[in-house]
Design a protein around this ligand. Sequence first.
Ligand SMILES: [Zn+2]
Length: 283
Amino acid sequence: MLVDAHLHLQDQRLDAIRPGLADVLKEKGIAHLVVNGTSMSDWAKVAACAHRFPEVIPSFGIHPWQIETHPKAWLEHLLDCLDTHGGAIGEIGLDRWRCRNNIDTQESVFLEQWNLANARKLPVTVHCLKAWGRLMALIEKNPHQGPGFLLHSYSGPKEMVEDWVALGARFSISGSFAHPRKEKKREVFNIIPRDRLLIETDAPDMALPESAQSCATPRDVDGKTINHPGNLDRVYAFAAQWLDISPLTLEKVVFANFIKMFRPVLHQSREKPGSNTCQPHQG
Ligand SMILES: [Zn+2]
């Protein structure tokens, strides 16, 4: 069974493929997918995905790219979402690559969500670009108390891996590492302990090279390929080849790692979307 540790099925670029997704999941043997919200405006859609597909684990959070647009009452809404739909915390994080000027706000919003995850002992999914030192300092000061946190599509320094492992991190490989320009970046996965490894599509982003995709979807308005969640099998195939392990071994190892981290939020009963304030934010 395959498991996708990180994607955004609620994204409107995937609206057209959602109706046929149940068949794809069955056909490809995809048992679980962690669908990550990015701002209050998409949490209701995340909840709707979890209600529609039993394979989906919802995850709610404010992404660093969305910090500026979050309304004041976000924390209350986040609590409502978790109380109504269960699920994990994410995608949260720090980004000094795309948003350089609001790192202090990013840190405080990250910490509030991180502390909530700790209080509830929930798994957390973390986005980090060019802010690895600051992220580590925050987590060292506020140790993770749940079943693990995921540094998704890990692009940090090799030298930090040992310390991240000691802090409870998991690391996921996405299809973007299959591009030849990422060859140096992907070397880090060879030193990551196997019991900390996960696989993700990050659909609709982080697509594999087109020649490696099994489920192509049309391009978006900017001409960028839209990554189909059904390409998960090809990310596994790429990872197995790169790590030089058999596909079956990788499948078993990743499945065990996934269950260990997401066990607290598997098989929760989820109320119908719309039954609380976890609604699309207007304006
Ligand atoms: Zn993401």
